[in-house]
Design a protein around this ligand. Structure first.
Ligand code: NAD
Length: 327
């Protein structure tokens, strides 16, 4: 393909993707499914790789998330909230590990394996033991202050037993059971149904009326822990600390000491994913050692020490919308 043709295609893809990203991140109402979005963004990434001179700073491939709603007070993140690079096969995992090995000098890297919950990122800021702020990822630098809604989530404590200033991050989500309940009620009330639990959770968390959030049983699994006064050394320690403070962590999280462990975890949860009462769209592998993480570093959009292994789209399970096709 020549450069002129590529420029036209890139422009078309960016326009389409920007529109879809707005529907997804800002309006919580996507018009296409994730597989279609992912196909288009990977097409764009491939074209930009072929013609790097056509990459612009405002390209969707260079940005985290979408724009921020004016409905909420804005909050500037102390540490950026990044996205994750994604891969779709075992071969791609081996390539990722080889990139990491260039820095760590070994292909025997230790990773945490965490289920990739299909919810939305949240950052919780505790000061003097009290939950002060809860903020969405937004564009990665500035998020929306949704503290009033997060305070209604039963599994997120309003106070914790330490005075250290902490930032704890994770995923807020709706269980499949809750999602079905909400959509059944909406169907009875003649309201538009949510497309999936992720959009229902995002639509709930980004409501101005906290009573609505309080009436829907949002839940949260936390996985990142920032404590400048008492820093920790590994990702697994983050999980342990968070759990000790009384917040919820995903019980399926494991350490993978070898590549065989990684492969086993992928195979197991590829089969088991539909048995869980919450949606996952993949598995996140993170280099366990924090010092090595910093050495491996970051791109503008993602950490280079972590990767999201995405499940194949065809395994995606039936949504309530499929059960009520006439709506
Ligand atoms: P992402 O969702 O693929 O990965 C990053 C996010 O993973 C993090 O922000 C975090 O919230 C989440 N996550 C869940 N569990 C985690 C864990 N254990 N550790 C770390 N992070 C964890 O990336 P993205 O940039 O937020 O969005 C891309 C996704 O959104 C794609 O799946 C895409 O299909 C979807 N999307 C869909 C549409 C659409 O129109 N259908 C539009 C935009 C984006």
């Amino acid at each position: 393909m020549n450069k002129e043709k590529a420029a036209i295609l890139i422009d078309e893809l960016r326009k389409k993707l920007n529109e879809w990203a707005k529907e997804y991140y800002v309006l919580d109402n996507p018009s296409v499914d994730d597989a279609e979005y992912d196909k288009a963004i990977h097409e764009l990434i491939n074209l930009e790789n072929q013609f790097p001179e056509l990459i612009t700073l405002d390209s969707i491939t260079q940005k985290v998330g979408g724009s921020i709603s004016d409905k909420f007070e804005k909050y500037t993140h102390k540490y950026p909230m990044l996205s994750l690079g994604d891969i779709f096969s075992w071969e791609e995992f081996l390539n990722f590990n080889k990139q990491v090995a260039k820095i760590t000098d070994t292909e025997n890297n230790e990773y945490t394996a965490e289920l990739k919950i299909d919810g939305l990122s949240i950052s919780l800021i505790y000061k003097d033991g009290i939950l002060q702020n809860a903020v969405t990822r937004g564009d990665g630098k500035v998020g929306e202050n949704v503290t009033n809604n997060v305070r209604t989530i039963k599994s997120i404590p309003l106070s914790i037993p330490t005075k250290d200033e902490l930032e704890i991050r994770g995923e807020v989500f709706l269980s499949k059971t809750e999602f079905s309940k909400i959509n059944e009620e909406r169907l009875l009330n003649g309201e538009q149904l949510f497309a999936n639990p992720r959009n229902a959770a995002a639509g709930t968390l980004r409501q101005l009326d906290s009573q609505i959030a309080a009436s829907r049983n949002l839940d949260g699994y936390l996985y990142y822990y920032f404590n400048e006064a008492n820093p920790i050394n590994t990702q697994m320690e983050s999980i342990t600390q968070i759990k000790e403070l009384g917040l919820k962590v995903n019980p399926e999280t494991r350490i993978c000491k070898t590549l065989d462990d990684v492969k086993e975890y992928i195979d197991y949860y590829t089969k088991k994913r539909n048995d869980l009462d919450y949606e996952i769209d993949g598995i996140v592998f993170k280099l366990n050692d924090k010092r090595l993480q910093e050495e491996v570093g970051y791109t503008a959009k993602t950490p280079k020490w972590a990767i999201a292994y995405k499940f194949p789209a065809e395994v995606k399970e039936t949504q309530l919308l499929d059960i009520f096709p006439s709506v």
